[in-house]
Ligand binder design. Sequence first.
Ligand code: ATP
Ligand code: MG
Length: 378
Amino acid sequence: MREVLLVRFGEVHLKGLNRPYFLKTLVDDIRKTLGEGRVWLSEGRIYVSDFPDMEEAIDKVKNVFGVYSVSPAVEMEKDLDAILAKAAEMMKDVKGSFKVICRRSDKSFPLNSQVLAGVAGERILEANPSLTVDVHRPQTEMWIEIRDHAYLCNREIMGAGGLPMGTAGRGMLLLSGGIDSPVAGYQIMRRGVHLQAIHFASPPYTSAFARDKVLSLARLTGGYQYGMKVHIVPFTRPQLEIHEKCEEGLGTVIMRRFMMRIAAKVAENERCSCLVTGESIGQVASQTLEAMMCTENVTLMPVFRPLIGMDKLEIIRIAERIGTYETSILPYEDCCTVFTPRHPVTKPRLDKVEKEESKLDVEKLVNEAVAGTEVEYV
Ligand code: ATP
Ligand code: MG
C-alpha cells in the first residue's frame, strides 16, 4: 500500500489526434514542476508517487496548466477485504452525506462496480453511522477504482485547468508594472500559449526601480511556464517626440500605436503569433472602443485582451490568487503616467490620429526602438 496522487486532465480529452502530444507535454510539465518523484500515465490518468511531501506535491501539481483536478489516493492490492477496510477507515472522520463511486477497468475483479459500491457503502456506514447517503449531491465522494491496482480517494482539489504549456503556440505579452497585464498573461498562458514579455521603459522618466518591478512581475507570471524572456524597449525617444509634436489630447493613443508597432515587430522576430494586453473596456481613456480601434489599426497581428469584459475587482481577485497583486501595487512611475495628457481624447478619430502622427518619422522611431531593445531572462 502506498500514497499516490491521481491527476485528472480536462479538455486534453478533446484533442483527437493531438492527444498523445498534449498528454506527453502535460506529463513532462508535471515532472518539471515536481523535480523529483515518479510521474506516469496509465489508462487515461496521470499518477504521481515517491514525492517526499504529498501535500506539497498537490500544491505544485494543481497549478500546472491542463490539470483539471488532483486527488491524494491510496494505491493497494486488489483484495476486497483490504479495500473495504481501507474505505471505511478513510471515511471514519468524515461528516455529512456521501456516496461511493466505483470504476472497474479490470473485469476479472469479482464484484462489478455497482455491487462494490453497495458493499463499500454498507461498510462505511457501519464504521461511521453519523454519515448519510446522498447519491445526487453528496458532500463527499468516495472513489474506488479497480485498475492495475485498487485506488481509493475521497478528496479532490481543483486544478488550474486550461491546456498544457506551449501546446497552443507562442505569444508576446505587453507587460506594464500594473495589476492587469500579469493577469492577462496568466489567462492566455493557461490556454497553452507560451509567452514572452515586452516592456516599454522611458528612462530617466521611469526609474530603475520601475524596471526591476516589471522584471519581478515577469518572474512571477513566468513562473507558471518555467521562466520568461523579457524584451525591454527604450521608449523615451518616441515619447518625447509625440509629446513635442502631436496634439496633447491624442498623445496616449499615438503612444499606444507605437507600442503596438514595436511589439508586433519584436513578436514577429520571435515567431510569436499574437499580442496580449491587459486592457478592459472603459477602464481608462485609452481603453474606449474608439481608442482601441485606433490602437489596433497599426498591426495585422491579432491582439488578445482576455480581461476585456472584466471589472477591476474581478481582475484583482485573480491577481491575488496567482500571486502578482502584492508586487503590482508597489509604487512606481509608469512611462504612460509620466506623459499622460491632462485631457485625453476619449473618442479619437482615426483620420485625425493619422494626421497628427504624420508629423513624426514613425518608421525610424520604431526601428530605432526595436534595435535598442534589451533582453533579460527571468
Ligand atoms: P496595467 O494594470 O496592466 O498596467 P492599466 O490599467 O494601467 O494596465 P494601461 O496603462 O492603459 O492600463 O495599459 C493597458 C495595457 O497596455 C496594459 O495592460 C499592458 O498590456 C500595456 N502596457 C501599458 N503600459 C505598458 C508598458 N510600459 N510596457 C508594456 N506594456 C504596457
Ligand atoms: Mg499600466
